[in-house]
Design a protein around this ligand. Structure first.
Ligand code: AMP
Length: 220
């Protein structure tokens, strides 16, 4: 399925931690030549670099809570101003609050709509997935289940500090409280779609592509 080369795709991926947002966002972005903007990655880079923002965000992230709206909106505003976002983008991990969602509407012009896709996965599956998730200790790449080293650089795999079971449950609760209202915020739009994330990666990718095409078709 193709989307037509002149259609700017501005995709917002919603879904709880562990739903596969990051993986699917990366795949979709690669296929369509769009920048993937992941606020979690931007924050982790800042933590790694030891910047002032990174130092402030670290404690909040390690506890599984949300970094403040003003900081997050500032990060995304700056990123969307970069020229590579002109032709479209895939947002992963933002917005996470209704205030962020309202701010995002103000950050984009009306030349192309936001397409919002919510990936739904049952809670038990999420806890299992997150507790088993491993990333590269050196480059941060997510590793497929059963991998013994980083598929890209071969370094040892580690668990994300916020993927231990206690923090996972906190993150899922934070999602319910803060992020679920976003699904209601966007739910009335013609460009909102839900897809089933409890399938193979390829099936979710196919459903995502179909959902985006249908959302863009629906507005014409
Ligand atoms: P993620 O990789 O998307 O699961 O994000 C990891 C952590 O970064 C989250 O648990 C939050 O602490 C923080 N974070 C990422 N994106 C946001 C956001 N849009 N608003 C607030 N906090 C965020």
């Amino acid at each position: 399925m193709t989307l037509g080369s002149n259609v700017a795709v501005r995709l917002v991926m919603l879904g709880p931690p562990g739903a596969g947002k990051g993986t699917q966002a990366a795949r979709f972005a690669r296929t369509h030549g769009l920048p993937k903007i992941s606020t979690g990655d931007i924050l982790r880079d800042a933590v790694q670099a030891g910047s002032e923002m990174g130092r402030a965000a670290r404690e909040v992230m390690d506890a599984g809570r949300l970094v403040g709206d003003d900081i997050m909106i500032g990060i995304v505003r700056e990123r969307l101003e970069r020229p590579d976002a002109d032709a479209g983008f895939v947002l992963d991990g933002f917005p996470r609050t209704v205030a962020q969602a309202q701010a995002l509407d103000g950050l984009v012009d009306d030349s192309a709509p936001l397409v919002i896709v919510d990936i739904e996965v049952p809670t038990d599956t999420l806890v299992k997935r997150l507790a088993g998730r491993r990333i590269c200790g050196s480059c941060g790449l997510g590793a497929p289940p059963g991998a013994t080293g980083c598929p890209k650089c071969g370094s040892a795999l580690v668990q994300r500090v916020d993927d231990n079971e206690h923090v996972v449950r906190e993150r899922l609760q934070v999602y319910e409280r803060s992020t679920q209202p976003i699904v209601e915020f966007y739910g009335r739009r013609h460009t909102f779609r839900s897809i089933d994330g409890d399938q193979t990666e390829d099936s979710v990718a196919a459903d995502l592509a179909a959902a985006v095409a249908s959302a863009l078709g629906a507005r014409r």
